[in-house]
Design a protein around this ligand. Structure first.
Ligand SMILES: Nc1ncnc2c1ncn2[C@@H]1O[C@H](COP(=O)(O)OP(=O)(O)O)[C@@H](O)[C@H]1O
Ligand SMILES: [Mg+2]
Length: 233
């Protein structure tokens, strides 16, 4: 179960081996400077928590990393520019699920015949993830009839089913209780350990950050004011 794309080796600190690299990057929206001269390097297999108060620039930074936001100045080197094998999945804050469709139909949106050997193969992986995150009993439910926590889990499973090199997530546990947040993170941790999945999360959940090994990039008014190990928060 939980097979994936061939992912790069983890743990390297070789300068050339990075997955994301932002160099003196700024983003402006009119007179608002959402990101100011951000310098950030993310290596394959890292877990990075983006923290900071509301309006600090977390979502803008995720959009830059996901290739959805062009910098106003500076440079962003992204995974697909490093290798055509890299693929980045994003779980947006608004989840982008299709409300009138069932959970299962939303999950099938991740199916790609070039990534999976067969539809059976995809279905098995979907079953595994749904079981681990306790979504199995709700698969036929329409998204509009699901609570916020269940929607977040479906969005996360859909992103994982794309077999990404890196997963970007914008406050993905905001509607989950403590137990479900941990369960979700355990699954992601498994992908990180076994597949070298790189995780970049914007989160306010300090308890979660403390429980799992990772780095922190702390933003304040668009500036990256701390970047380092999570044990120092
Ligand atoms: N599309 C946009 N247009 C104008 N201002 C924006 C836009 N996106 C973000 N901003 C502004 O940029 C700043 C950073 O926002 P954001 O990245 O959403 O922060 P966070 O996710 O940390 O709450 C805020 O001042 C926000 O109002
Ligand atoms: Mg945000």
């Amino acid at each position: 179960m939980l097979t994936g794309r061939t992912l790069p080796q983890t743990g390297s600190t070789n300068q050339q081996n990075y997955l994301f690299h932002l160099d003196n990057l700024s983003v402006e929206f009119g007179s608002t400077r959402a990101l100011k001269s951000v310098q950030l390097t993310v290596y394959p297999g890292e877990i990075l928590f983006l923290t900071g108060p509301s309006g600090a620039g977390k979502t803008t930074l995720l959009n830059v990393l996901g290739g959805l936001q062009e910098p106003t100045s500076g440079k962003a080197i992204l995974p697909h520019q490093r290798s055509s094998k890299h693929f980045v999945s994003t779980v947006f804050q608004d989840l982008r699920l299709i409300q009138k469709k069932s959970c299962e139909d939303n999950l099938w949106m991740a199916y790609d015949g070039a990534v999976y050997d067969s539809k059976n193969d995809f279905y098995r992986e979907m079953e595994d993830l749904c079981r681990l995150l306790q979504v199995t009993d709700h698969l036929s439910k329409k998204i509009e009839d699901c609570n916020g926590g269940l929607r977040q889990k479906v969005a996360m499973i859909r992103a994982l089913l794309c077999r990404p090199t890196a997963l970007l997530a914008d406050e993905p546990t905001s509607s989950l209780d403590k137990e479900n947040s941990y369960r979700l993170f355990e699954v992601l941790n498994h992908f990180n350990h076994k597949k070298g999945l790189t995780l970049i999360w914007a989160t306010h959940n300090k308890e979660l950050i403390k429980q799992f090994p990772g780095k922190i990039a702390h933003l304040d008014q668009g500036r990256l004011v701390y970047s380092g190990h999570a044990c120092f928060i």
